[in-house]
Design a protein around this ligand. Structure first.
Ligand code: 5GP
Length: 190
């Protein structure tokens, strides 16, 4: 069956390297387009509204939920909501491009359930939880509390890796990028 509206999901525990892999692919393939999520957290330094996220209030987020505007949404961290707007995917498909979603594990499972074989899901696995903790620490964006939350969540998320089409172990970023690229080329018939 031909894939009509293809979509690619890159999911992983935070710190596993999925953002670096996503950036590499987006830079190399202009036919791929980053799906900008709506989020209620505050922007980090350097982040741009409408580019990294649509930064919106909790009230606005909740009204999108009521209006059924999301294909999926999650409270990824305590009190912080993240979601993929259907209109965002539509916007990308209308440009004849393939949306790339960088979303958490639960959100990824929900999108997969709805889009079936149109969707390729990749789980980026860190070599170990200890290594992931080291990477998050060196990123310097976490407080001790948020670091602990992310590390706990990571162990839990790794237990869902078998739900996805492919698992890519990121013990070497360059290798992981190439492996991901090959899987995507195969899926899209490039
Ligand atoms: P961060 O706050 O570091 O930007 O993102 C935290 C987590 O939320 C990451 O794992 C990221 O992939 C995930 N995330 C970003 N956007 C979405 C979304 O639209 N839906 C879901 N379920 N997770 C998202």
């Amino acid at each position: 069956m031909p894939i009509t509206h293809p979509l690619i999901i890159i999911t992983a525990p935070s710190g596993a390297g999925k953002t670096s892999i996503t950036r590499f692919l987006l830079q190399k393939y202009p036919q791929l387009s980053f799906s900008i999520s709506a989020a209620t957290r505050n922007p980090r330094q350097g982040e741009v509204d409408g580019k990294d996220y649509y930064f919106i209030s909790e009230e606005a987020f909740k009204s999108h939920i009521v209006n059924n505007d999301f294909i999926e949404w999650e409270m990824v961290y305590e009190g912080k909501y993240y979601g993929t707007l259907k209109a965002e995917l539509q916007r990308i498909w209308e440009q004849r491009k393939v949306p790339m979603l960088d979303i958490d594990v639960k959100g990824a499972i929900h999108v997969q359930q709805q889009l079936g074989s149109n969707c390729l899901s990749l789980f980026i696995q860190p070599p170990s939880v200890a290594e992931l903790e080291k990477r998050l620490q060196s990123r310097g964006t976490e407080t001790p509390e948020s670091l602990a939350t992310r590390v706990n969540k990571a162990s839990y998320e790794i237990s869902f890796s078998h739900h996805f089409n492919r698992i890519v172990v990121n013990d070497d970023l360059q290798k992981a990028c190439l492996e991901t690229e090959q899987i995507i080329q195969q899926f899209l018939g490039w």
